[in-house]
Design a protein around this ligand. Sequence first.
Ligand code: NIG
Ligand code: FE
Length: 423
Amino acid sequence: MIIFVATAVEPTWINRMSDWDLLLTNARIATMRDDAPDYGVVGESAALAINDGRIVWIGEQSALGNHKVKESRSLDGRWITPALIDCHTHIVFGGDRAAEFEQRLRGASYEEIARAGGGIMSTVRATRDASADKLFSAAMIRVQSLAREGVATVEVKSGYGLDRDTEIRMLEVARKLGQESAVDIRTTLLAAHTVPPEFANNADDYIDLICDELLPEVAQRKLADAVDGYCESIAFSGPQIAKLFATAAKHDLPVKLHADQLSDSGGAELAAYFGALSADHLEYTSQKGVKALFDSGSVAVLLPGAFLTLGETQLPPIDDLRSNGVPIAVASDCNPGTSPICSLRTAMMLASRLFRLTPEECLAGTTRNAARALGLLDDRGTLEPGKRADLAIWDISHPRELAYWTGTPQLADLMIGGHTYVP
Ligand code: NIG
Ligand code: FE
Protein backbone atom coordinates (compact mmCIF):
# COMPACT_ATOMS: atom_id res chain seq x y z
CA MET A 1 0.00 0.00 0.00
CA ILE A 2 1.32 3.45 -0.82
CA ILE A 3 0.09 6.25 1.38
CA PHE A 4 1.12 9.84 0.94
CA VAL A 5 1.24 11.77 4.15
CA ALA A 6 1.11 15.46 3.47
CA THR A 7 1.81 18.06 6.10
CA ALA A 8 3.38 21.44 6.23
CA VAL A 9 6.89 21.26 7.66
CA GLU A 10 9.89 19.38 6.29
CA PRO A 11 11.41 17.13 8.98
CA THR A 12 14.98 17.59 10.09
CA TRP A 13 16.06 13.99 9.50
CA ILE A 14 14.80 11.92 6.59
CA ASN A 15 15.99 9.06 4.52
CA ARG A 16 15.52 10.65 1.11
CA MET A 17 16.77 7.65 -0.85
CA SER A 18 13.95 5.24 -0.03
CA ASP A 19 10.32 5.10 0.97
CA TRP A 20 9.42 4.31 4.53
CA ASP A 21 8.25 0.82 5.42
CA LEU A 22 6.03 1.85 8.31
CA LEU A 23 4.76 5.07 9.81
CA LEU A 24 3.21 5.05 13.29
CA THR A 25 1.02 8.08 13.89
CA ASN A 26 -1.11 9.56 16.70
CA ALA A 27 1.32 8.22 19.27
CA ARG A 28 2.76 9.43 22.54
CA ILE A 29 6.48 8.74 22.52
CA ALA A 30 8.95 8.40 25.41
CA THR A 31 12.36 8.28 23.73
CA MET A 32 14.25 7.72 27.03
CA ARG A 33 17.21 9.67 25.64
CA ASP A 34 19.46 10.78 28.47
CA ASP A 35 19.91 14.25 27.02
CA ALA A 36 16.16 14.91 27.34
CA PRO A 37 14.19 15.43 30.56
CA ASP A 38 10.96 13.74 31.60
CA TYR A 39 11.22 10.35 29.82
CA GLY A 40 12.27 12.18 26.63
CA VAL A 41 8.63 12.70 25.76
CA VAL A 42 7.99 14.00 22.23
CA GLY A 43 5.09 16.46 22.09
CA GLU A 44 1.40 15.65 22.50
CA SER A 45 0.86 13.80 19.27
CA ALA A 46 3.91 12.20 17.74
CA ALA A 47 4.94 9.97 14.87
CA LEU A 48 7.71 7.47 14.31
CA ALA A 49 8.86 6.07 10.97
CA ILE A 50 10.68 2.82 10.33
CA ASN A 51 12.67 1.70 7.33
CA ASP A 52 14.73 -1.48 6.94
CA GLY A 53 14.18 -2.33 10.58
CA ARG A 54 15.59 0.98 11.84
CA ILE A 55 13.98 4.12 13.15
CA VAL A 56 14.31 6.82 10.49
CA TRP A 57 12.23 9.64 11.86
CA ILE A 58 10.68 10.67 15.19
CA GLY A 59 8.95 13.91 15.99
CA GLU A 60 5.78 15.83 16.53
CA GLN A 61 3.28 14.82 13.93
CA SER A 62 2.86 18.43 12.91
CA ALA A 63 6.50 18.40 11.76
CA LEU A 64 6.06 15.43 9.45
CA GLY A 65 6.72 16.22 5.79
CA ASN A 66 5.62 14.47 2.61
CA HIS A 67 6.67 10.87 2.49
CA LYS A 68 5.83 7.75 0.62
CA VAL A 69 5.07 5.01 3.11
CA LYS A 70 4.19 1.38 2.52
CA GLU A 71 2.02 1.21 5.62
CA SER A 72 0.68 3.75 8.05
CA ARG A 73 -0.84 2.85 11.41
CA SER A 74 -2.59 5.13 13.87
CA LEU A 75 -1.81 4.27 17.50
CA ASP A 76 -4.83 6.18 18.81
CA GLY A 77 -2.83 7.87 21.57
CA ARG A 78 -0.98 4.75 22.77
CA TRP A 79 2.54 5.16 24.16
CA ILE A 80 5.72 4.01 22.45
CA THR A 81 8.82 3.33 24.56
CA PRO A 82 12.02 1.54 23.62
CA ALA A 83 11.39 -2.21 23.88
CA LEU A 84 12.59 -3.46 27.27
CA ILE A 85 15.95 -5.16 27.79
CA ASP A 86 16.59 -7.76 30.50
CA CYS A 87 20.35 -7.41 30.92
CA HIS A 88 20.97 -10.10 33.59
CA THR A 89 19.29 -13.52 33.54
CA HIS A 90 20.08 -17.17 34.13
CA ILE A 91 17.06 -18.55 32.25
CA VAL A 92 18.76 -21.71 30.94
CA PHE A 93 18.78 -24.25 33.79
CA GLY A 94 17.51 -27.68 34.80
CA GLY A 95 15.16 -28.44 37.70
CA ASP A 96 14.06 -25.97 40.34
CA ARG A 97 14.92 -25.07 43.92
CA ALA A 98 11.47 -24.83 45.50
CA ALA A 99 12.57 -27.18 48.33
CA GLU A 100 15.40 -24.76 49.18
CA PHE A 101 12.93 -21.93 49.08
CA GLU A 102 11.03 -23.74 51.84
CA GLN A 103 14.28 -24.38 53.76
CA ARG A 104 15.10 -20.70 53.60
CA LEU A 105 11.62 -19.81 54.83
CA ARG A 106 12.33 -22.05 57.82
CA GLY A 107 15.48 -20.03 58.55
CA ALA A 108 18.41 -21.54 56.61
CA SER A 109 20.58 -18.95 54.88
CA TYR A 110 21.62 -18.96 51.19
CA GLU A 111 25.26 -19.36 52.23
CA GLU A 112 24.52 -22.29 54.60
CA ILE A 113 22.62 -24.10 51.86
CA ALA A 114 25.41 -23.42 49.37
CA ARG A 115 28.12 -24.65 51.75
CA ALA A 116 26.11 -27.85 52.35
CA GLY A 117 26.25 -28.64 48.62
CA GLY A 118 22.89 -27.12 47.67
CA GLY A 119 22.32 -23.73 46.12
CA ILE A 120 23.96 -23.21 42.75
CA MET A 121 25.37 -26.78 42.92
CA SER A 122 21.93 -28.33 43.08
CA THR A 123 20.98 -26.56 39.85
CA VAL A 124 24.34 -27.63 38.38
CA ARG A 125 23.44 -31.28 38.99
CA ALA A 126 20.00 -30.87 37.38
CA THR A 127 21.46 -28.95 34.43
CA ARG A 128 24.20 -31.49 33.78
CA ASP A 129 21.46 -34.18 33.69
CA ALA A 130 19.22 -32.26 31.28
CA SER A 131 19.37 -32.67 27.50
CA ALA A 132 19.84 -29.65 25.25
CA ASP A 133 16.24 -30.08 24.04
CA LYS A 134 14.86 -30.06 27.54
CA LEU A 135 16.91 -27.00 28.52
CA PHE A 136 15.82 -25.27 25.32
CA SER A 137 12.09 -25.86 25.66
CA ALA A 138 12.01 -24.77 29.32
CA ALA A 139 14.06 -21.65 28.56
CA MET A 140 11.97 -20.74 25.51
CA ILE A 141 8.88 -20.50 27.72
CA ARG A 142 10.80 -17.98 29.85
CA VAL A 143 11.87 -15.97 26.80
CA GLN A 144 8.26 -15.82 25.64
CA SER A 145 7.06 -14.71 29.09
CA LEU A 146 9.56 -11.88 29.07
CA ALA A 147 8.59 -10.90 25.51
CA ARG A 148 4.91 -10.78 26.48
CA GLU A 149 5.91 -7.92 28.80
CA GLY A 150 7.68 -5.97 26.04
CA VAL A 151 11.20 -7.40 26.31
CA ALA A 152 13.07 -7.61 22.98
CA THR A 153 16.63 -8.30 24.22
CA VAL A 154 17.57 -10.83 26.89
CA GLU A 155 21.02 -11.55 28.27
CA VAL A 156 21.47 -15.23 29.17
CA LYS A 157 24.32 -16.58 31.28
CA SER A 158 25.83 -20.03 31.45
CA GLY A 159 27.11 -21.03 34.88
CA TYR A 160 25.08 -24.09 35.82
CA GLY A 161 27.37 -26.50 33.98
CA LEU A 162 30.79 -25.82 35.48
CA ASP A 163 32.30 -28.39 33.18
CA ARG A 164 33.28 -27.99 29.56
CA ASP A 165 30.41 -29.92 27.98
CA THR A 166 27.57 -28.47 30.03
CA GLU A 167 28.81 -24.87 29.85
CA ILE A 168 29.06 -25.23 26.06
CA ARG A 169 25.62 -26.87 25.94
CA MET A 170 24.09 -24.00 27.89
CA LEU A 171 25.61 -21.42 25.54
CA GLU A 172 24.51 -23.36 22.47
CA VAL A 173 20.98 -23.54 23.88
CA ALA A 174 21.07 -19.79 24.51
CA ARG A 175 22.24 -19.11 20.95
CA LYS A 176 19.41 -21.34 19.65
CA LEU A 177 16.87 -19.35 21.68
CA GLY A 178 17.97 -16.31 19.67
CA GLN A 179 17.81 -18.18 16.37
CA GLU A 180 14.31 -19.53 17.00
CA SER A 181 12.66 -16.41 18.33
CA ALA A 182 12.79 -12.80 17.25
CA VAL A 183 14.00 -11.84 20.72
CA ASP A 184 17.69 -10.95 20.59
CA ILE A 185 19.61 -13.18 22.99
CA ARG A 186 23.02 -12.00 24.22
CA THR A 187 25.06 -14.77 25.80
CA THR A 188 27.52 -14.58 28.68
CA LEU A 189 30.04 -17.21 29.81
CA LEU A 190 29.65 -17.54 33.59
CA ALA A 191 31.74 -20.67 34.10
CA ALA A 192 33.21 -18.90 37.17
CA HIS A 193 29.86 -19.03 38.98
CA THR A 194 30.99 -21.36 41.76
CA VAL A 195 33.70 -23.96 42.31
CA PRO A 196 32.55 -27.36 40.99
CA PRO A 197 32.98 -30.43 43.26
CA GLU A 198 35.62 -31.84 40.91
CA PHE A 199 37.83 -28.90 41.94
CA ALA A 200 36.85 -28.68 45.63
CA ASN A 201 39.60 -26.82 47.50
CA ASN A 202 41.28 -26.17 44.19
CA ALA A 203 39.53 -23.16 42.71
CA ASP A 204 42.79 -21.96 41.13
CA ASP A 205 42.95 -25.05 38.95
CA TYR A 206 39.35 -24.56 37.88
CA ILE A 207 40.10 -20.95 36.90
CA ASP A 208 43.11 -22.24 34.94
CA LEU A 209 40.86 -24.70 33.12
CA ILE A 210 38.46 -21.89 32.19
CA CYS A 211 41.29 -19.61 31.07
CA ASP A 212 43.34 -22.21 29.21
CA GLU A 213 40.59 -24.26 27.57
CA LEU A 214 36.96 -23.26 27.95
CA LEU A 215 37.17 -19.51 27.37
CA PRO A 216 39.42 -19.83 24.27
CA GLU A 217 37.03 -22.41 22.79
CA VAL A 218 33.97 -20.28 23.55
CA ALA A 219 35.67 -17.23 22.04
CA GLN A 220 36.79 -19.09 18.96
CA ARG A 221 33.29 -20.51 18.37
CA LYS A 222 31.71 -17.12 19.15
CA LEU A 223 29.40 -18.72 21.69
CA ALA A 224 29.51 -15.81 24.15
CA ASP A 225 29.23 -12.04 23.87
CA ALA A 226 30.75 -11.42 27.32
CA VAL A 227 32.39 -13.10 30.33
CA ASP A 228 31.03 -12.91 33.89
CA GLY A 229 32.19 -14.19 37.27
CA TYR A 230 31.00 -14.38 40.87
CA CYS A 231 33.37 -12.63 43.27
CA GLU A 232 32.36 -13.76 46.76
CA SER A 233 33.67 -15.89 49.63
CA ILE A 234 31.41 -18.77 48.49
CA ALA A 235 32.71 -18.46 44.92
CA PHE A 236 35.93 -16.82 43.62
CA SER A 237 38.50 -14.41 45.03
CA GLY A 238 39.55 -11.10 43.49
CA PRO A 239 42.84 -12.48 42.11
CA GLN A 240 41.03 -15.45 40.55
CA ILE A 241 38.50 -13.15 38.86
CA ALA A 242 41.35 -10.85 37.76
CA LYS A 243 42.99 -13.75 35.96
CA LEU A 244 39.68 -14.62 34.27
CA PHE A 245 39.12 -11.03 33.16
CA ALA A 246 42.66 -10.66 31.81
CA THR A 247 42.07 -13.79 29.73
CA ALA A 248 38.72 -12.45 28.50
CA ALA A 249 40.47 -9.25 27.39
CA LYS A 250 43.01 -11.28 25.42
CA HIS A 251 40.10 -12.80 23.54
CA ASP A 252 38.39 -9.43 23.02
CA LEU A 253 35.45 -10.34 25.21
CA PRO A 254 33.97 -7.66 27.49
CA VAL A 255 33.42 -8.53 31.14
CA LYS A 256 30.72 -8.16 33.80
CA LEU A 257 30.77 -9.17 37.46
CA HIS A 258 28.43 -10.47 40.18
CA ALA A 259 29.89 -8.09 42.73
CA ASP A 260 29.45 -7.40 46.44
CA GLN A 261 26.17 -9.32 46.68
CA LEU A 262 26.71 -10.86 50.14
CA SER A 263 29.74 -8.90 51.38
CA ASP A 264 32.03 -6.08 50.28
CA SER A 265 34.64 -8.09 48.45
CA GLY A 266 35.95 -5.16 46.43
CA GLY A 267 33.96 -6.46 43.47
CA ALA A 268 32.92 -3.06 42.16
CA GLU A 269 36.54 -1.83 42.20
CA LEU A 270 37.69 -5.00 40.46
CA ALA A 271 35.01 -4.71 37.77
CA ALA A 272 35.89 -1.05 37.27
CA TYR A 273 39.61 -1.82 37.03
CA PHE A 274 38.89 -4.10 34.08
CA GLY A 275 36.50 -1.59 32.46
CA ALA A 276 33.58 -3.96 32.93
CA LEU A 277 30.37 -3.29 31.07
CA SER A 278 28.59 -3.70 34.38
CA ALA A 279 28.89 -4.65 38.02
CA ASP A 280 25.77 -6.42 39.23
CA HIS A 281 24.01 -6.75 42.65
CA LEU A 282 26.22 -4.29 44.65
CA GLU A 283 24.35 -4.46 47.98
CA TYR A 284 27.65 -4.21 49.92
CA THR A 285 29.56 -1.87 47.57
CA SER A 286 31.50 0.91 49.33
CA GLN A 287 31.71 4.57 48.33
CA LYS A 288 35.11 3.81 46.86
CA GLY A 289 33.52 1.14 44.71
CA VAL A 290 30.84 3.56 43.51
CA LYS A 291 33.47 6.12 42.51
CA ALA A 292 35.44 3.46 40.69
CA LEU A 293 32.32 2.48 38.72
CA PHE A 294 31.76 6.08 37.71
CA ASP A 295 35.39 6.46 36.58
CA SER A 296 35.22 3.31 34.47
CA GLY A 297 31.79 4.08 32.96
CA SER A 298 30.48 0.71 34.13
CA VAL A 299 26.75 0.29 34.68
CA ALA A 300 25.42 -0.64 38.13
CA VAL A 301 22.91 -3.43 37.51
CA LEU A 302 20.47 -3.72 40.42
CA LEU A 303 18.67 -6.99 40.99
CA PRO A 304 15.77 -6.44 43.39
CA GLY A 305 14.37 -9.95 42.83
CA ALA A 306 17.45 -11.50 44.47
CA PHE A 307 17.37 -8.87 47.23
CA LEU A 308 13.74 -9.78 47.96
CA THR A 309 14.13 -13.54 47.71
CA LEU A 310 17.21 -13.66 49.94
CA GLY A 311 15.48 -11.48 52.53
CA GLU A 312 18.43 -9.09 52.23
CA THR A 313 18.26 -5.93 54.30
CA GLN A 314 21.44 -4.19 53.16
CA LEU A 315 20.39 -1.82 50.37
CA PRO A 316 22.68 -1.12 47.41
CA PRO A 317 24.20 2.39 47.70
CA ILE A 318 21.47 3.98 45.59
CA ASP A 319 22.01 7.60 46.66
CA ASP A 320 25.74 7.32 46.10
CA LEU A 321 25.23 5.76 42.68
CA ARG A 322 22.82 8.55 41.78
CA SER A 323 24.88 11.43 43.11
CA ASN A 324 28.02 10.07 41.44
CA GLY A 325 26.21 9.73 38.12
CA VAL A 326 26.69 5.97 37.75
CA PRO A 327 24.15 4.66 35.20
CA ILE A 328 21.72 2.29 36.93
CA ALA A 329 20.10 -0.69 35.21
CA VAL A 330 17.46 -3.04 36.58
CA ALA A 331 17.18 -6.71 35.61
CA SER A 332 15.14 -9.76 36.58
CA ASP A 333 18.14 -12.02 37.45
CA CYS A 334 15.64 -14.79 36.67
CA ASN A 335 17.14 -17.96 38.18
CA PRO A 336 15.83 -20.89 40.21
CA GLY A 337 17.70 -19.97 43.40
CA THR A 338 17.81 -16.32 44.28
CA SER A 339 15.30 -14.77 41.89
CA PRO A 340 12.53 -17.07 40.69
CA ILE A 341 11.01 -14.06 38.95
CA CYS A 342 10.61 -14.31 35.22
CA SER A 343 9.17 -10.82 34.85
CA LEU A 344 11.06 -7.62 34.12
CA ARG A 345 7.98 -5.54 34.97
CA THR A 346 8.00 -7.14 38.43
CA ALA A 347 11.71 -6.29 38.77
CA MET A 348 10.87 -2.67 37.88
CA MET A 349 8.12 -2.56 40.47
CA LEU A 350 10.42 -4.10 43.10
CA ALA A 351 13.21 -1.66 42.23
CA SER A 352 10.89 1.22 42.97
CA ARG A 353 9.34 -0.31 46.09
CA LEU A 354 12.51 -1.78 47.62
CA PHE A 355 15.22 0.53 46.27
CA ARG A 356 13.08 3.65 45.83
CA LEU A 357 14.10 4.13 42.23
CA THR A 358 11.72 6.50 40.52
CA PRO A 359 9.52 5.00 37.78
CA GLU A 360 11.62 6.96 35.27
CA GLU A 361 14.83 5.45 36.70
CA CYS A 362 13.22 2.00 36.48
CA LEU A 363 12.36 2.53 32.81
CA ALA A 364 15.80 3.98 32.02
CA GLY A 365 17.17 0.94 33.86
CA THR A 366 15.40 -1.50 31.58
CA THR A 367 15.99 0.42 28.34
CA ARG A 368 18.90 2.87 27.96
CA ASN A 369 21.09 1.66 30.84
CA ALA A 370 20.32 -2.01 30.22
CA ALA A 371 21.49 -1.51 26.63
CA ARG A 372 24.65 0.12 27.94
CA ALA A 373 25.21 -2.81 30.33
CA LEU A 374 25.29 -5.06 27.27
CA GLY A 375 27.45 -2.74 25.17
CA LEU A 376 24.50 -2.12 22.85
CA LEU A 377 23.61 1.51 23.51
CA ASP A 378 24.66 2.63 20.04
CA ASP A 379 22.14 0.22 18.58
CA ARG A 380 19.11 0.26 20.90
CA GLY A 381 17.81 1.28 24.32
CA THR A 382 16.50 4.72 23.28
CA LEU A 383 14.26 5.83 20.43
CA GLU A 384 16.43 7.77 17.99
CA PRO A 385 16.88 7.84 14.23
CA GLY A 386 19.40 5.19 13.24
CA LYS A 387 18.62 2.83 16.11
CA ARG A 388 16.99 -0.57 15.73
CA ALA A 389 13.22 -0.30 15.65
CA ASP A 390 12.69 -2.27 18.88
CA LEU A 391 9.54 -0.70 20.24
CA ALA A 392 7.06 -1.49 22.96
CA ILE A 393 3.61 -0.03 22.35
CA TRP A 394 1.54 0.29 25.50
CA ASP A 395 -2.08 0.86 26.51
CA ILE A 396 -1.19 3.21 29.34
CA SER A 397 -1.84 6.82 30.14
CA HIS A 398 1.77 7.57 31.19
CA PRO A 399 5.05 5.57 31.22
CA ARG A 400 5.27 5.91 34.99
CA GLU A 401 2.65 3.15 35.03
CA LEU A 402 5.25 0.64 33.86
CA ALA A 403 6.87 0.44 37.32
CA TYR A 404 3.52 0.66 39.06
CA TRP A 405 1.34 -2.11 37.69
CA THR A 406 2.46 -5.70 37.38
CA GLY A 407 0.49 -8.54 35.84
CA THR A 408 -1.69 -6.26 33.75
CA PRO A 409 -1.73 -6.90 29.99
CA GLN A 410 -0.74 -3.39 28.94
CA LEU A 411 1.48 -4.33 26.02
CA ALA A 412 -0.42 -3.61 22.81
CA ASP A 413 2.39 -4.51 20.43
CA LEU A 414 6.05 -5.50 20.55
CA MET A 415 8.11 -4.59 17.51
CA ILE A 416 11.54 -6.10 17.09
CA GLY A 417 13.66 -4.81 14.23
CA GLY A 418 10.58 -3.09 12.82
CA HIS A 419 8.37 -6.18 12.81
CA THR A 420 5.55 -7.04 15.15
CA TYR A 421 6.44 -10.05 17.27
CA VAL A 422 3.68 -12.04 18.94
CA PRO A 423 5.27 -14.30 21.55
O1 NIG B 1 22.62 -13.66 40.37
N1 NIG B 1 24.87 -14.61 42.73
C1 NIG B 1 25.04 -15.59 42.06
N2 NIG B 1 24.33 -15.96 41.02
C2 NIG B 1 22.91 -15.89 40.96
C3 NIG B 1 22.32 -16.93 41.82
C4 NIG B 1 22.29 -18.21 41.18
C5 NIG B 1 21.68 -19.28 42.01
O2 NIG B 1 21.53 -19.21 43.23
O3 NIG B 1 21.33 -20.25 41.34
C6 NIG B 1 22.39 -14.50 41.23
O4 NIG B 1 21.77 -14.22 42.25
FE1 FE C 1 22.93 -13.45 38.57
